[in-house]
Design a protein around this ligand. Structure first.
Ligand SMILES: Cc1cc2nc3c(=O)[nH]c(=O)nc-3n(C[C@H](O)[C@H](O)[C@H](O)COP(=O)(O)OP(=O)(O)OC[C@H]3O[C@@H](n4cnc5c(N)ncnc54)[C@H](O)[C@@H]3O)c2cc1C
Ligand code: FES
Length: 345
């Protein structure tokens, strides 16, 4: 009874916070839904059948979204997160990193290097971290960001952050030495176990290029020279080109023609006369859909990394669901990487 009271109290205290931040009306499983404010239908039959308990979900989401306050955990504490219990083979860590560097590779973007005191656990390209953003009125929920680069020797990882709102703006202003509370590594990554010498295409746009550098490096270590095809509105949106060029062949497109070929990535000449053994893509949804259509035409296996809006990041709140051929699946746990054959696109 006492436990129930405590539980209810937390729910009552924190439910309005979720609601205030997300703007979602459905109290319960829906926290943030759909990139453009699309409501999550908690009445969907698949979810009614789900044994998920809404109240437990709220409490769970609270702990997972916020974790314990800095003062309670100690600034250097690193512990396997409770989310690890959810998926038997995945250990997730809740660890405080320190900002080692924060640069502006282009206006509106921030490249943050985060260093840990302890060695880093294995991470797979396509996985993401969940960053706690302190001090904002509207940043109660952690923000998900792809792992852009990993430097295991230096116990550091890098995030490429596009400033779109309060959370990302706060992250962009972090200074060297600042602590950053992260849960990582989350989700399922890209398939990298493919035949050496394969012709692979890694294509992305905007902040969607973030996971492709880590992926390209991993493939390179496996004897594959990747072809990057990166797109943006103009040259200012094409960032870290030197880093990509150091890993593989680089092609790019801009909508205004200020760099590379004019147009969208799917209009690039490299796609006219080539068939790739594997295609990976991350970026705006219409771009990924066009890449998926190209992959189907050429019969190439293709994986996409979805960026559905997330809240808990660990499969507890059900706000990131994607309607797949296997039913509704949480992008944060079943994805964010999906084979296009799994999707209804
Ligand atoms: C698995 C995953 C990996 C991601 N990786 C990266 C990354 O490497 N680099 C990066 O810059 N961003 C990445 N994102 C997107 C990033 O999480 C959002 O941009 C961020 O949460 C926005 O927070 P905010 O507080 O700045 O903006 P908010 O105030 O929450 O929102 C501001 C605007 O951004 C839009 N927005 C919110 N969430 C998303 C989203 N998930 N995708 C697109 N638009 C959104 C909102 O609709 C709103 O218009 C990723 C998202 C996911 C789900
Ligand atoms: S973000 Fe909560 S279930 Fe995916």
């Amino acid at each position: 009874m006492k436990f129930f009271f405590q539980l209810s109290e937390k729910v009552i205290i924190f439910a309005p916070l979720f609601k205030a931040e997300t703007g979602c009306g459905a109290v319960g499983s829906a926290l943030r839904s759909g990139r453009r404010g699309r409501r999550f239908e908690s009445s969907h039959p698949d979810l009614k059948r789900d044994r998920f308990n809404r109240w437990t979900g709220f409490l769970f989401s609270y702990f997972c979204c916020r974790g314990a306050p800095h003062g309670a955990t100690g600034a250097r504490e690193s512990r396997p997160d409770m989310a690890g219990d959810l998926r038997k083979n995945m250990t997730k860590y809740n660890r405080i990193f320190r900002v080692a560097d924060n640069r502006r590779p282009s206006p509106g973007y921030s490249l943050i290097r985060l260093q840990s005191d302890e060695s880093l656990p294995p991470m797979v390209p396509g996985q993401f971290v969940s960053v706690r953003v302190d001090g904002g009125r509207n940043t109660f929920l952690r923000r998900p960001f792809s792992i852009h680069n990993v430097d295991t020797d230096d116990r550091a990882l890098e995030l490429l952050v596009q400033v779109v709102g309060e959370g990302s703006a706060r992250i962009a202003t972090l200074q060297p030495g600042d602590p950053v509370d992260m849960i990582f590594p989350l989700g399922n990554g890209f398939t990298t176990d493919i035949a050496p010498m394969s012709e692979v295409l890694l294509t992305g746009g905007g902040a969607g290029i973030a996971p492709l550098l880590f992926l390209g490096k991993e493939l390179r270590q496996r004897g594959i020279v990747p072809t990057f095809l990166l797109g943006g509105r103009s040259a200012a949106n094409l960032i870290r080109m030197d880093a990509f060029e150091a890993v593989g062949r680089l092609c790019c497109t801009t909508e205004d023609g200020s760099m590379g070929e004019r147009g969208f990535v799917t209009q690039h000449s490299i796609l006219q006369d080539r068939r790739f053994d594997f295609i990976y893509t991350c970026g705006p949804r219409p771009m990924m859909a066009a890449v998926a259509a190209y992959a189907r035409r050429t019969g190439s296996p293709c994986e996409v990394s979805l960026e559905n809006t997330m809240a808990c990041g660990i499969g507890a709140c059900l706000c990131c669901v994607e309607d797949t051929r296997q039913g509704h699946q949480c992008v944060c746990t079943a994805g964010p990487v999906f084979n296009i054959e799994q999707l209804k696109w």
